[in-house]
Ligand binder design. Structure first.
Ligand code: SAH
Ligand code: SF4
Ligand code: F3S
Length: 484
């Protein structure tokens, strides 16, 4: 994959074959080139990575930013002002794609006015051949296109683009490789996402993720622990372990290990205060995990447990591999072990063939479980998935009506669930100054709810004991209890 470069055979021989060394080599080359570009521009060149989609994408973006900073770019938060804009895309629902095309058109106009500007596209959308075809045809101003499997090669692709002046397109169908120890630049100094696995093998019939993220691969537990230890020594107190289905962690490792066992190991890391994880697939949530959570001091009492639908008939068509009853039973077990647990979920409305009766089952689950919050989605047809060719696609007016009814129910329950904490004293990790009032800071509770309370910038990244006052739907107004 060096066809665009003009290296001589001797130069070629200097390029390391091993990763990550190979990428560090290309970072140096890109750095030299960037210095030339900056001299020509008479200023330091800047970058902006815009993330669409889930927390995995957000974490990938931090890795891209880490590489760019190492090369010598400076971060520019405003996309319109940046010299290098990268869109890390999502394709889980159709509207995610539309947003990318819309913004890309705008970016093309800005690029015309800035001769130093480059645009790269990566992420899940790029794994769809039709998307890349469309970009090649109608968005020719894009400089680099790469996918999810070769994101670790970003430095090499960038150096190739810089030195050759040609558009670089490199998409892989799949990979079994995990490259460790590349740089990353965290958005927050005190908390970080940590990938524990990549890909997904579940093939829920509506979902495109397994096609664009490839087969499930777990990271070596030692690499995970080492990364968290490093993060902690760098000031991180909270980690979010990331995977499409964390409950199946470790099954494919040479020395298999369960997710619960991994959590036990992570819990031992000194200085780490809070552990979160997502996402848990209900079909693989073990009693061992419930036990580890219930007895842990560090694992937050929050579980995101996507139900998708409350109807056993629809769940079967979705290939979720649990029934309504199994799900409710699981929730019971979790609540019995941890009465204070905060449960959240994802729900899809309007899956092909969904009847009013199926939808009533979904409402029933929502009422029985009493979620702290729920992300509700209108079913979106994804080409290539089994559900896309199922008959009985539900008419959009019916879907819209169900969606509104579901949202009402969910919001009412969330408000009630949130209110049950009113008056209690809880620990919050202060994440930022409040967006609207600079006498307030915003902290996150173990349950993942937010609280705004009086404070200043020096508190960011620290834990505070807060008495939760008025509950305003999804957040609280609070008061510090003591110095924490
Ligand atoms: N791996 C996670 C979910 C990843 S996608 C899990 O299994 O829970 C995040 C959410 O997007 C899903 O939980 C689902 O609710 C929603 N989603 C996925 N595909 C969708 C589609 N085709 N239409 C609408 N929502 C979808
Ligand atoms: Fe998609 Fe299902 Fe995999 Fe989640 S578990 S990413 S919903 S296929
Ligand atoms: Fe979207 Fe890819 Fe995540 S499709 S939800 S960014 S795994």
């Amino acid at each position: 994959m060096n066809q665009n470069m003009t290296d001589t055979a001797e130069q070629e021989a200097l390029i390391p074959v091993q990763e990550p060394q190979r990428q560090y080599y290309f970072m140096e080359r890109a750095k030299e080139y960037l210095e030339k570009m900056s001299r020509a521009a008479g200023r330091r060149l800047t970058f902006c990575v815009t993330t669409f989609g889930c927390q995995m994408n957000a974490r990938d973006s931090e890795k891209l930013a880490g590489i760019l900073e190492r090369i010598g770019y400076t971060e520019e938060p405003e996309e319109e002002k940046a010299d290098f804009v990268i869109y890390n895309t999502c394709t889980v629902r159709e509207n995610a794609n539309q947003r990318v095309y819309g913004r890309l058109g705008q970016l093309g106009r800005i690029k015309k006015k800035n001769p130093h500007m480059m645009i790269a596209l990566c992420g899940c959308m790029m794994q769809e051949p039709e998307v890349v075809e469309k970009l090649k045809k109608s968005y020719r101003f894009v400089d680099i296109i790469f996918g999810t499997h070769n994101i670790y090669k970003f430095a090499e692709l960038l150096a190739t683009r810089m030195e050759s002046g040609h558009t670089v397109i490199d998409i892989w169908k799949d990979t079994d490789k995990i490259v460790e120890d590349l740089p990353s630049e965290r958005k927050y100094p005190f908390k970080s996402g940590v990938n524990i696995m990549f890909g997904c093998n579940n093939f829920c019939s509506y979902c495109i993720v397994p096609y664009v993220r490839g087969r499930e691969r777990s990271r070596d537990p030692r690499a995970i622990i080492r990364e968290i230890e490093r993060l902690v020594s760098d000031g991180v107190v909270e980690v979010m372990l990331l995977g499409q289905n964390v409950n199946s962690y470790g099954k494919t490792l040479e020395e298999p290990m369960t997710f619960a066992e991994l959590l036990r190991e992570i819990e031992k890391i000194d200085g780490l205060e809070r552990i979160r994880f997502m996402t848990s697939h209900p079909k693989d949530l073990s009693d061992e995990l419930i036990e580890v959570m219930a007895s842990s001091r560090k694992i937050c009492r929050h579980l995101h447990l996507p139900v998708q639908s409350g109807s056993t008939r629809i769940l079967e068509k979705m290939n979720r591999r649990y029934t309504k009853e199994k799900y409710l039973e699981l929730v019971e077990r979790i609540k019995r072990a941890m009465p204070d647990i905060s449960l959240t979920t994802d729900i899809i409305v309007g899956f092909p063939g969904e009847t009013e009766e199926d939808f009533q089952d979904t409402l029933d689950v929502v009422r029985k479980v009493q979620y702290d919050s729920a992300f509700t989605f209108i079913y979106s047809k994804r080409t290539g998935t089994p559900a896309a060719v199922m008959e009985e696609q539900v008419p959009s007016e019916i879907v819209k009506d169900r969606f509104d009814r579901l949202l009402n129910e969910v919001q009412e329950i969330s408000a009630r669930m949130c209110a049950r904490h009113q008056g209690t004293v809880q620990t919050a990790l202060v994440e930022s100054m409040n967006d609207h009032d600079d006498t307030l800071v915003t902290g996150r509770l173990g349950s993942n709810l937010l609280v705004h309370f009086p404070g200043d910038a020096s508190m960011i990244g620290k834990f505070c004991k807060v008495r939760l006052g008025e509950c305003r739907g999804f957040y609280f107004i609070g008061e510090t209890e003591d110095d924490g």
